[in-house]
Write a protein that binds this ligand. Structure first.
Ligand code: ATP
Ligand code: MG
Ligand code: MG
Ligand code: MG
Length: 470
């Protein structure tokens, strides 16, 4: 039966509290003391020291709903029903306390008893040789053997870089034939949207030293992760995570501003979904202290904001608007994350400033890029010279990914290595400049945002210069 996203979150945390877990608030998206990760991408990431035994957890059993960013999924966003760059991950964790049997039993209990999902629409998967997990699913829970899927390392051995890892058991939900790709052999594990992975139970018992050498952890742990939005798709029986109550309200706001109706055309829908997703991730990142810049996390933020702004253009929105949509994100998630409300004015401002900056140069940049594309095409080339991509980046503030995305729409590419080399040269030049300028140089480096301001001013001069040439 129908359940709102905020209610589902609460039900999950309450359920695991009733199983002796300590509820902790979501950790920041910015990893603390973990240089291997740019942004938190799972519930277990901020808990690593408890898994390895380096630190003593506040309790052996913990449950959280963790904000996550996965930029690796950016290509999927708007195209699949189930991927966002931002999502919330529900999780229950055991640090050397309970293991496989309890984890599997409770995940089944939660889905079938608390959420009341029909058993015959759920399918577990296990790591190929994990007979222990098979026995639990088959004998204890009673899932018939032909409904349990065995997968290899790619899918059912969970590891992200170095650190705690292990075999896992996932639970898939069959959304029905209408979501299937229709290809022969479409079943659990198919990439389409019919069999949707909802929950991953990781039996975290090994440590990877980062070079593929596995040793037993001093304790056996449980690390589970379930996408809150995906569970909401199931509970609300909707098409995609963009139709989930809280997320839908954001899409509706974008629809209203753009005057475009959701569901009318594939192309428009993709843009509406991309904007909806990116505004969620960027609001959350800014709230956690990330600001737009040309490096690291700040660059991820900038890239997401500018990509959203450009999809706004595709919808015909020709002025800053993301800072307005920000209010709906905060309205929907402010209850679960009160910091959003406290920082609302600040978050809005950061987005507005970035939008205005990009807005000042984006039209000129787009028309120049189209000229560049024409020129390359006329010369019979499908590759934009690196110098052109660099100019767009340096003068018009186009993140390289944005340029590549626009090029791909035209069946073109660019010389990525050449581009990276130009960026490197530029870095070295500014390092030299700073050396010459002494302290003054460092001061402007610290302000971070100054760099893009300077870029903009170049933009105007450049613009005039271009105008004169034409
Ligand atoms: P998928 O195969 O569907 O991409 P995954 O195997 O990469 O998912 P995990 O790393 O196992 O995902 O993460 C645990 C859970 O988090 C998943 O079972 C899913 O419910 C959810 N999840 C993962 N990636 C996303 C995403 N990009 N957007 C929304 N939810 C996600
Ligand atoms: Mg994935
Ligand atoms: Mg998967
Ligand atoms: Mg998975």
């Amino acid at each position: 039966h129908y359940m709102g996203l905020n209610e589902i979150r609460e039900k999950f945390l309450e359920f695991f509290e009733s199983k002796g877990h300590l509820r902790l608030p979501s950790f920041s998206l910015i990893p603390q003391g973990d240089k291997s990760l740019l942004l938190i991408n799972s519930g277990m990431a901020p808990l690593k020291p408890y898994f390895t035994g380096e630190q003593e957890p506040p309790r052996r059993r913990v449950t959280t709903c963790q904000k996550c960013i996965r930029t690796g999924d950016i290509e999927n966003v708007g195209k699949t029903a189930r991927h966002g760059t931002f999502f919330e991950m529900l999780g229950n964790f055991s640090f050397g306390d309970y293991f496989k049997e309890e984890a599997i039993t409770w995940s089944w209990e939660f889905l079938t008893k608390v959420m009341e999902i029909p058993e015959d629409r759920l399918y577990p998967s296990i790591y190929e040789n994990d007979d222990e997990a098979f026995e639990i699913w088959n004998k204890k829970i009673g899932v018939p053997a032909d409904r349990i899927f065995r997968f290899g390392k790619e899918d059912n051995f969970w590891e992200h870089g170095s650190g705690p890892c292990g075999p896992c058991s996932e639970i898939y939900f069959d959304r029905g034939e209408k979501y299937g790709c229709g290809k022969p052999g479409c079943t659990v594990g198919c990439d389409c949207d019919r069999y949707m992975e909802v929950w991953n139970n990781v039996f975290s018992q090994f440590n990877n030293d980062g070079h593929g050498n596995y040793t037993d952890l001093i304790q056996k742990n449980i690390d589970t992760g379930m996408g809150l939005e995906r569970l909401a798709v199931v509970m609300q029986d909707v098409d995609s995570l963009f139709d989930v109550d809280t997320v839908k309200n954001i899409t509706d706001h974008v629809s209203k501003i753009s005057g475009k109706t959701y569901g009318e055309s594939y192309k428009t829908d993709v843009s509406l979904r991309v904007i909806t997703d990116h505004i969620r991730s960027t609001v959350m990142m800014i709230c956690d202290g990330v600001i737009p810049s040309n490096e690291g996390r700040g660059y991820v933020l900038r890239r997401l904001l500018r990509r959203a702004a450009r999809h706004g253009k595709l919808l015909g929105i020709n002025e800053p608007f993301l800072y307005k949509v920000c209010d709906t994100v905060i309205h929907e998630s402010g209850g679960a994350y009160p910091a959003l409300i406290e920082k609302q004015e600040y978050i809005r401002k950061v987005i507005q400033v970035e939008e205005e900056r990009f807005d000042a140069t984006v039209d000129a940049g787009l028309s120049i890029l189209h000229d560049m594309i024409e020129k390359a095409k006329n010369a019979g080339s499908k590759e934009l010279p690196a110098a052109d991509a660099f100019k767009l980046h340096d003068t018009y503030g186009f993140p390289i990914d944005l340029t590549i995305e626009i090029l791909e729409e035209q069946g073109m590419s660019t010389d990525r290595d050449g581009f990276d080399a130009l960026i490197q040269e530029q870095k070295e030049r500014s390092r030299e400049d700073r050396k010459r300028m002494g302290d003054v140089g460092w001061a402007s480096e610290d302000l971070g945002l100054d760099k893009s301001l300077k870029t903009e001013f170049c933009g105007y001069t450049q613009l005039e210069a271009e105008g004169n040439v034409l």
